[in-house]
Design a protein around this ligand. Structure first.
Ligand code: FAD
Length: 364
C-alpha cells in the first residue's frame, strides 16, 4: 500500500508517524514545498510549543459536535504518551503541556528523527499542484514531477502565517477539485478597533476582557492585553477572535477592566497610580472608565499575523473517517478542515487527533 501525505506540517507528519507505527509494511511518503519538515512547529507557543491542554474540550472548538468525538479518541494523555515514546518528555504550566526542554525545536527534531527511523520517505521543496484519480489510485502532480499513491491524506493547513508554508494553496486545490469551502477568516490574531489606539501602541496591561455580540456575553477572560497601532492584541484578544467568529462578527464590542484587582470606583486623578501613565492619559483624555473601557470591533489584522484560519473544507464533505464523501481514499486532516480551537494547545491537539483518526481507519 502506497500512502501519500500531502503536506508535511504538524498534522501531516503526525499522520505519517501514526500510519507507519500501525502498518510498518505500508509505504508512506510526505510531500511539502518547504525546505524542512514541520516548519510551523518551530514557531509554536512562542518557540516553546504548547502542544496540548489537559482542561475540558467543551466550548473550545468550532464545529464541536463534529470535532469532539475525534479529539476524545486521541486525548492529550495519548499525545504525551506518544511524545514520550519518541523522546519528547513533557511538562505542564497549569493545564498547558510543553516539551520538558520548553523548546519547540525538540519536538520538531524528535518527530523528524522518528520519521527517519520508521523509513518514511520525504520529498521537500516540492509544490503540490493538483491530483487526479488513476486506476483506483491517484497521481499527484507537483513542480518536481508526478507521484502515484493508492491513498492520499490531504494536510495542507490553512492560509495564516503563510511564511511558514500554509499559503492557502490547499484551499485553491480543493476548490479546483470541486469541494465546498466555508468562508475563511483570520483567527487567533490581533483585532482592529474603531477607536484610535495609536497613542498607546506598545502598552501592555493585565486586564479582564469581556467580549460581547450585541448584549450577549461571548467570553470573559483575564490576561495580558497589548495595544497595537490600530487596535488590540494579546492572548485574551486572540481567544476573543475565536468567539467573535463563532458569533459571525456581528455587533462586537470588547469591554476592558484595566484594574480587575481593585473593586470600586477609582477617581480619574488616581488612574496614573494603577496603570501605565501613557494609558492613564489616554483614558482621561478620551473620558474612558478604567473599569469598563469599550472598544468596537472593526476588523481582524490580516492572515499573515494570524495563528490559525477560521473556516475551511466544509465538514459535510467528509464522512466519519474524515474520508472524502465524493472521492474514495482521499482523507483530510488538520487546519484545512473547518475546525479550529482557542489558544493553549487546542489547535495542535486537533492536528494530532485528526491525524490519528485517519491513521486508525485508513486500511479499512
Ligand atoms: C506562530 C504560530 C504559533 C502557534 N502556536 C501554537 C501553539 O502553541 N499551540 C497550538 O496548539 N497551536 C499553535 N499554532 C497553530 C498550529 O500550529 C496549527 O493549527 C497547526 O500547525 C495546523 O497543522 P496542519 O498540519 O493542519 O497545518 P500546517 O502545520 O500549517 O502544515 C501544512 C503544511 O502544508 C504545506 N503546504 C501547503 N500548501 C502546499 C502545497 N501547495 N504544496 C506543498 N506543500 C504545501 C505547508 O508547507 C505546511 O508544511 C500556532 C500557529 C502559528 C502560526
Amino acid at each position: 500500500m502506497n500512502i501519500g501525505i500531502i503536506g508535511g506540517g504538524i498534522s501531516g507528519v503526525y499522520a505519517a508517524l501514526q500510519i507507519k507505527e500501525l502498518h510498518p509494511n505500508y509505504n508512506v511518503e510526505i510531500i511539502d514545498h518547504n525546505d524542512k519538515l514541520n516548519k510551523k512547529i518551530y514557531a509554536t507557543g512562542n518557540g516553546r510549543c504548547n502542544f496540548a491542554n489537559s482542561s475540558s474540550l467543551e466550548g473550545k472548538y468550532s464545529n464541536p459536535t463534529f470535532a469532539l468525538p475525534i479529539l476524545k479518541e486521541h486525548t492529550y494523555e495519548d499525545i504525551i504518551k506518544y511524545f514520550n515514546h519518541i523522546g519528547i518528555p513533557s511538562t505542564f504550566e497549569g493545564n498547558n503541556a510543553y516539551p520538558m526542554s520548553k523548546c519547540a525545536s525538540t519536538v520538531g527534531l524528535m518527530m523528524e528523527e522518528r520519521v527517519n527511523q520508521l523509513g518514511i520517505k520525504v520529498k521537500l521543496n516540492t509544490k503540490i499542484i493538483d491530483y487526479k484519480t488513476n486506476n483506483g489510485g491517484f497521481i499527484v502532480h507537483t513542480n518536481n514531477g508526478d507521484f502515484k499513491y493508492d491513498k492520499i491524506v490531504i494536510a495542507l493547513g490553512g492560509k495564516s502565517s503563510s511564511q511558514l508554508g500554509s499559503d492557502g494553496s490547499g484551499f485553491e486545490l480543493l476548490k479546483k477539485q470541486g469541494y465546498k469551502l466555508t468562508d475563511l477568516y483570520p483567527v487567533l490574531c490581533p483585532v482592529k478597533t474603531k477607536e484610535n489606539t495609536k497613542l498607546v501602541d506598545g502598552v501592555r496591561s493585565q486586564v479582564v476582557l469581556s467580549t460581547y455580540s450585541g448584549n450577549i456575553l461571548l467570553n470573559k477572560e483575564e490576561g495580558e492585553l497589548l495595544f497595537k497601532d490600530k487596535g488590540i492584541s494579546g492572548i485574551v484578544v486572540f481567544n476573543a477572535t475565536h468567539y467573535v467568529n463563532i458569533a459571525n462578527r456581528k455587533d462586537i464590542t470588547f469591554h476592558v477592566d484595566f484594574v480587575p484587582l481593585v473593586k470600586g470606583r477609582i477617581k480619574q486623578d488616581d488612574y496614573i497610580s494603577y496603570v501605565n501613565p501613557k494609558l492613564a492619559k489616554y483614558l482621561i483624555d478620551n473620558k474612558l472608565d478604567i473599569h469598563n473601557t469599550v472598544f468596537t470591533f472593526k476588523d481582524f489584522y490580516d492572515f499573515s499575523v494570524a495563528h490559525v484560519t477560521y473556516g475551511g473544507l466544509s465538514i459535510n464533505e467528509v464522512n466519519d473517517s474524515l474520508e472524502s464523501k465524493k472521492e474514495k481514499n482521499v482523507y483530510f486532516i488538520g487546519e484545512i478542515l473547518d475546525v479550529n480551537g482557542i489558544c493553549g494547545g487546542y489547535n495542535m491537539m486537533w492536528a494530532f487527533a485528526s491525524a490519528y483518526h485517519v491513521a486508525k481507519r485508513i486500511e479499512i
